[in-house]
Ligand binder design. Sequence first.
Ligand code: PLP
Length: 371
Amino acid sequence: MPRPILATIHTAALQHNLARAQQAAPDARVWAVVKANAYGHGIERVFEAFRAADGFALLDLQEAERIRHLGWRGPILLLEGVFEPRDLELCSRLGLWHAVHCDAQIDWLAAHKTQVPHRVFLKMNSGMNRLGFTPERYRAAWARLNALPQVEEISLMTHFSDADGPRGIAHQMAAFALATRDLPGERSLCNSAATLRHAQDAQVRADWVRAGIMLYGGAPDHPERRSMDWDLQPGMTLSTKLLAVQELQPGDTVGYGSSFTADAPMTLGVAACGYADGYPRHCGTGTPVLVEGVRTRTVGRVSMDMLAVDLTPLRAAGMEVGMGSEVTLWGRSSLGAVLPIDEVAQAAGTIGYELMCAVAQRVPVVVDASA
Ligand SMILES: Cc1ncc(COP(=O)(O)O)c(C=O)c1O
């Protein structure tokens, strides 16, 4: 009998979230961002749900190959472009579109022998200072690409640093608009936060949005807005069961380091999930968790394979909870209650993205394809 821990991928929720991106950016096309193995969900597991997207955006050439193997003939975009010259051969063979963010990538294209001209997304560093040409250097890069026979079409892209927060996107929009004012080509600017918060403006949503976290049910601007405020549904549930129950007396402590001391009689459940499953060890006492769909809290330190949950309020409410009871670490309980991954991430001082990507190899994964 395997340990009861399980990650469930909800196809219908992923479909719903994609529809939300399409709705938030009407008349724009949507890239389903599936980098990092679909934010930890598994490319093969999310593929059917995201078939209705206009394209798949990712980083890794092997992931692009996997999508072609699944039968996808539409656009695939390499968000960081190629990493070395020979990657361009794969782009030619698989028909991959690729970002161009630096001079070396233009040099490699200029030297690339191909019968198939490439579609490229020229990236501007409009203030994020990660990848891309500065606004001052952007037009020269465009002119170089435009002169290459290897290039068929140039699209224009940038990435926002603060679409989820108070600084917003105006400063980057201004830099992008000025430097691209008379350049032809499609444009792509928005991540999830910009899609949800700023895409009412047609100039911002432009031709393509690049939706990542929202497709998986994470709120890009948690805790200001919760996933349900954006009508997003959890794409993944991490669930397990209680292995044991402990009755504590005042003064009893819980777990390694005795970081929690009971000040009243209480009932603890011990759940089969720990940091070796990808549950963050930084989640201290008080992290939300669902037992049989009812919200309670974790108690004490998370250990490698187990964590403790407070059953006192559930027992006080007359619930029959004990060994074998369902524990939802994040996502949706079988009774339909939702615990957003963002809340657990917040308790660990991180973001939902990291938790999704960190679910451990040892956790079995199933796809729930029911509607
Ligand atoms: C260039 C680019 N576009 C889009 C995204 C999607 O971002 P999000 O998951 O916040 O929607 C990312 C992710 O970091 C990215 O790097």
